[in-house]
Design a binder for this molecule. Structure first.
Ligand code: ASP
Length: 443
């Protein structure tokens, strides 16, 4: 019998996870689900995150040292950064166009609006989960206030590389160190660089092997992850969830439509135009595995090992390009998140304040792009930074409480788009640099 491809196994597991959770909620199997399935889902995320930090460190060192010529690093760096910013700006702009066209915040009956508003202000914004989001935002705000607009630069430079390695939210610092170290390796005498290069190569290979092992069990883990998440969501407060879901239905449709345009039209068309040997369908088909892992983990950092595997082994991009571009992309390129922030900010302004001025919307494009660079690639990061954006535009940060209960669903979707954007840019750059290691990617 023909073996089902891993990405299909993962998709089947996703669907089974959702079906199971319906059954579990209706049959009252909550305890079993939360105690015996959810732990395996969390173990999956931990394993991926555990491998992501060393992967970023060593693959960037390897990528930079492999470029062998400092001017190439500069050119590739500029191209990578430029394309990442460009796709992000396009994404927010599409989002803003859609939210102005659909006006989801004006589609709600004014009396219902008032009821929900009071409810959200007095209940959801006091909720523990939301408060911890607010605390994270306060911490970011503090740093921002201290350093002003250049705070991202300051935040990218670690004062202690070992402490940077202990936190997923300090990935920019790890990248900074890795690039710096890689450049140093290019300049040091061969006697010293050779053994270090060999060791870095060896460590990278072992990490990649571990990732393959973890991924073999991915379908099981994904099933547990989904089952656990849905059970937790329903357990939190099903009444609020259904009430808010009704009010924000059009908003969710707007976000999903925007993200859908990116995934089904924007990226695959770019690849079809510029990278003919992969083409529209080739790109879509190969990306499914990374998208489904992103969807189930809600973290582009946790998905990074899988995205790298797909880009290198399925799309055929050379390891050097993959090693350099993707870890940076997972950290600074979040097209889905920026689009989500644009749509959500305007929706909230429509809901709470009758709308958002055009000038504020234009500012939004710049802010959401910056947020995409600064946001850690972990669950809910986009929502935390959105609070900061709202506050700096003069709106209320607590408005975010309206979408907080349904954020997980949107987080899953935007994370899938974030990793698709990273892969698309890596593919385009590989094409322009002639960096395809094989043509096995032909559909
Ligand atoms: N979860 C997203 C990611 O890791 C970030 C966010 O939008 O919250 O890509």
């Amino acid at each position: 019998m023909k073996k089902i491809a891993l990405h299909w196994q993962i998709i089947i597991a996703l669907i089974l996870g959702v079906l199971y959770s319906y059954l579990a909620i209706s049959q009252g199997w909550m305890k079993f689900t939360l105690y015996y399935l959810r732990p395996f889902g969390d173990i999956f995320i931990r394993l991926l995150k555990m491998l992501a930090v060393p992967l970023v460190l060593f693959s960037i060192i390897k990528g930079v040292a492999g470029l062998s010529d400092i001017s190439r690093i500069g050119r590739l760096g500029a191209k990578t950064f430029g394309l990442y910013v460009l796709t992000t700006v396009v994404s927010v702009t599409i989002g803003l166009g859609l939210v102005n066209l659909i006006e989801p915040g004006n589609k709600i009956d004014p009396t219902v609006k008032e009821e929900i508003r009071t409810y959200v202000e007095t209940n959801v914004s006091q909720d523990d989960g939301f408060q911890s989001l607010q605390a994270k935002q306060d911490a970011t705000n503090k740093i921002q206030e201290e350093y002003g607009p250049l705070f991202i630069l300051v935040e990218s430079v670690p004062d202690n590389i070992f402490s940077a390695l202990t936190s997923m939210s300090k990935m920019l610092q790890v990248i900074f160190f890795a690039i710096f170290f890689g450049i140093g390796l290019l300049f040091v005498d061969k006697r010293y660089s050779d053994p270090v290069n060999k060791a870095v190569d060896g460590i990278n290979e072992v990490i990649l092997l571990l990732i393959q092992w973890v991924m073999r069990a991915a379908p099981f883990f994904v099933f547990c992850l989904l089952a656990g998440q849905m059970a937790r969501l329903a357990g939190d407060n099903p009444a609020i969830l259904s009430q808010i879901l009704q009010a924000v239905g059009w908003y969710m449709i707007t976000v999903i439509l925007g993200l859908g345009i990116m995934a089904l039209v924007f990226y695959p068309s770019l690849v079809a135009i510029f990278v003919r040997h992969i083409g529209y369908l080739g790109f879509m088909r190969k990306l499914v595995k990374a998208q489904s892992v992103a969807f189930s983990t809600s973290s582009s950092a946790a998905t990074l090992p899988v995205t790298m595997d797909v880009v290198e082994n399925d799309l055929g991009v050379s390891p050097q390009t993959t090693n350099f571009i993707l870890p940076i992309g997972a950290t600074i390129n979040m097209d889905g998140t920026s689009m989500f922030q644009g749509i959500t900010a305007v929706f909230l302004a429509q809901f709470f304040a009758g709308g958002m001025e055009m000038t504020d919307q234009l500012l939004m494009i710049g802010m959401a792009t910056l947020a995409s660079i600064g946001a850690p690639a972990v669950p809910s990061a986009g929502l935390v930074l959105l609070m900061g954006i709202l506050a700096s535009l003069g709106y209320q940060a607590w408005w975010v409480a309206l979408v907080f209960p349904i954020d997980r669903i949107l987080d899953m979707t935007r994370t899938a788009i974030n990793v698709t954007g990273d892969a698309a840019v890596a593919t385009l750059i590989a094409q322009s640099e002639g960096e395809f290691s094989s043509k096995k990617s032909s559909p």
